[in-house]
Design a binder for this molecule. Structure first.
Ligand code: PHE
Length: 339
């Protein structure tokens, strides 16, 4: 009998529960009405007198051990969080999917970073503007057809209030309040009354740049834009400037970059020209400097402006502008932010 108790003690020592169920079975096996312990107590009377004391002690020891064991096993289970239904609450949770940055944000941050390396600050201004900051201070004469170049949303009751059609308005605000030299870019949302299609939207984003100092030349503009194009699209990119017209710059140009898909040979992305249009630029018109109380004899400057959607389309081969606004996760999850 002593040997038997010893064996049961060993069995109880080895016992390790995974669930509450197993502990309950263990309890029934040892402490239940027909359990091992009541069996031992029942057979106690058969134990020879001289072994009674030792045997009795052993049986009690076993009983105490089993009780203690049940207690500690229940505690352990509680700690590890295994529930009655076998669910282990201590397991790590399913991984949370991390969101991705919107491609417009990625490209905007990249543009900001590139011009930041050239010493450009960031300026912001209101989206609801007045005529002065969007047009007049930028040398759009009243009634001039150039105002039609940008289909403006006006507030019906007060045509002086409008949604800015470009962030050049921010540059006027910078010229008003900051001292020279000025070297700043203005990223922001702009609005034009256009029908929504794969190539046009009534809301889009721009980054415009302004640099005013003594002796700023067209060569500085070209070099700045070449640096930008190569940082943004790769070091083999070529640029070309085509004469253009903007009321606030003279001379004005539009910049193309060599098509990265075909390397300039011609393909359907660049419509077999080898070039892709990317931004407008030019030397700040002296009128604009004078409107903003800057001495146009002493100071010169250049300005440029680009659509972020357009840059992102070229960078990522996005064919339809509407994708930016539809929030389809299958689209949004494809962009990895380096910025
Ligand atoms: N503001 C112009 C536009 O929105 C872009 C531009 C900026 C062109 C600066 C020349 C110089 O189309």
């Amino acid at each position: 009998m002593l040997q038997n108790i010893e064996k049961l003690l060993e069995e109880a020592r080895q016992f390790k529960a995974g669930t509450k169920e197993e502990i309950e079975q263990f309890r029934i096996k040892f402490l239940g009405k027909k359990g091992l312990l009541s069996d031992l107590f029942a057979r106690f009377k058969e134990v020879p007198a001289h072994q009674k004391k030792e045997t009795g002690q052993k049986i009690n020891q076993l009983k105490q051990f089993v009780l203690k064991k049940i207690e500690t096993q229940l505690e352990n289970l509680g700690e590890e969080g295994v529930q009655e239904d076998g669910q282990d609450l201590s397991l790590p949770g399913p991984p949370l999917a991390l969101g991705a940055r919107h491609p417009i944000s990625i490209v905007r941050n990249e543009i900001i970073s590139i011009f930041g390396r050239l010493g450009y600050t960031i300026s912001e201004g209101p989206e609801i503007e007045n005529d002065w900051h969007v047009f007049s201070a930028l040398n759009f004469p009243p009634e001039h057809p150039a105002r039609d170049m940008q289909d403006t949303f006006f507030i019906e009751k007060d045509p002086d209030i409008l949604l800015r059609t470009h962030t050049s308005s921010v540059q006027v605000r910078v010229m008003e309040k900051e001292s020279l030299p000025i070297r700043t870019i203005s990223p922001g949302r702009v609005f034009r009354n256009e029908a929504i299609s794969a190539r046009a939207h009534c809301i889009f984003h721009q980054v415009e740049g302004l640099y005013i100092d003594e002796n700023v030349s067209f060569a500085d503009l070209k070099q700045t834009l070449l640096y930008f194009a190569r940082e943004m699209f790769g070091k083999h990119v070529e640029i070309r400037l085509r004469p253009s017209y903007f009321p606030f710059t003279e001379p004005s140009a539009e910049m193309d970059i060599s098509c990265q898909i075909c390397g300039g040979k011609g393909c359907n992305v660049c419509k077999y020209t080898g070039w892709l249009e990317i931004l407008g630029c030019g030397m700040v018109d002296p009128n604009v400097l004078e409107y903003n109380n800057i001495d146009s004899i002493k100071y010169t400057g250049f300005a440029f402006g680009m659509g972020i959607e357009r840059v992102a389309m070229l960078k990522y081969q996005i064919k339809d502008l509407r994708l930016y606004f539809e929030n389809d996760l299958r689209f949004l999850e494809q962009f990895q932010a380096a910025y």
